[in-house]
Write a protein that binds this ligand. Structure first.
Ligand code: PMM
Length: 270
């Protein structure tokens, strides 16, 4: 899944693809590099970010979804708002990626049930402005798996088909670096939910911290975290993740190809 952020303020690429034509050109380049899905989003969810209005989010996202879908690309919409999801599906999106797992907008799950699209339910504990204060867990993996199970049941209760639900542990969302590593290291527990799993580690701060400058202790800058991202992608893929969400598709597409070939010999899922 290639990321197309139509935002002025995303942490690693904010402002780079803010004009619709830039975002469309970027999306098409990601397809050329091997993206199977383009994830178009108009709201930055970096810690501390302020939300755009629904009108602004629609203005950012809909023209880009429409143009990319018209080329035949598979487009997902990264939104917490049912109204944005609905307009994006109308414009050709075929997947709804909701980082709130249906918690931010009570209309989201009924909309997805009605539309019949596949749905990504991510683990989430509140909007970006204050989310890091919620990074408190007994055991992060057990807590996240239990919470995802509840979101799946809520979605099914609202009428979403169980087979259409993808789960995502939500790396970096109300989680510190150790929480993210525990979730990755114990990914089989997330996979055991029995749903396709999406992993969104790309360029996130915990990778920057791992690769910090040994002398100054400065975290590695976001744009220099793609090699680490593709390592995570390969490891997640070889364990059986369904999808990895990344900015630099070329490096991850290679990594996933390696993982698939590796797994084919090991008899593991590919
Ligand atoms: N991360 C971001 C945005 N959307 N969606 C899913 N399903 N999972 C994620 O981990 C996720 C997401 C934040 O990253 P960005 O600002 O680079 O897009």
């Amino acid at each position: 899944m290639g990321v197309v952020n139509v935002t002025p303020d995303s942490f690693s690429d904010g402002g780079r693809w803010f004009e619709p034509w830039q975002a469309v050109a970027h999306g098409l380049a990601l397809v050329d590099q091997g993206a199977d899905i383009l994830d178009v989003g108009g709201e930055s969810t970096r810690p501390g970010a302020r939300r755009p209005t629904a009108e602004e989010e629609l203005r950012r996202v809909i023209p880009v979804v429409r143009e990319l879908a018209a080329t035949g690309a598979r487009v997902s919409v990264d939104t917490m708002r049912a109204e944005v999801a609905a307009r994006a599906v109308e414009a050709g999106a075929c997947l709804v990626n909701d980082v709130s797992g249906g918690l931010a907008d009570p209309e989201m799950l009924p909309f997805v049930a009605d539309a019949g699209t596949p749905y990504v339910a991510m683990h989430w504990r509140g909007h970006s402005a204050g989310m890091q204060a919620n990074a408190v867990y007994d055991d992060v993996v057990t807590d996240v798996v239990d919470a995802l199970r509840l979101r799946v049941e809520a979605a099914v209760l609202a009428g979403v088909r169980r087979e259409a639900i993808v789960v995502d542990p939500g790396l970096g969302f109300a989680k510190d670096a150790d929480h993210n590593w525990q979730l990755l290291g114990r990914l089989p527990e997330v996979l055991a939910l029995g749903h396709p799993v999406l992993v969104g580690a790309a360029r996130k701060a915990f990778l920057g911290r791992l690769l910090a400058d040994p002398v100054t202790g400065e975290p590695r800058p976001a744009r220099e975290r793609d090699a680490a991202t593709s390592a995570v992608s390969a490891l997640a893929a070889v364990q059986g993740a369904w999808c990895v969400r990344v900015h630099d598709v070329a490096s991850t597409a290679d990594a996933v190809r390696v993982a698939a070939r590796w797994a084919s010999e090991a008899g593991a899922p590919s």
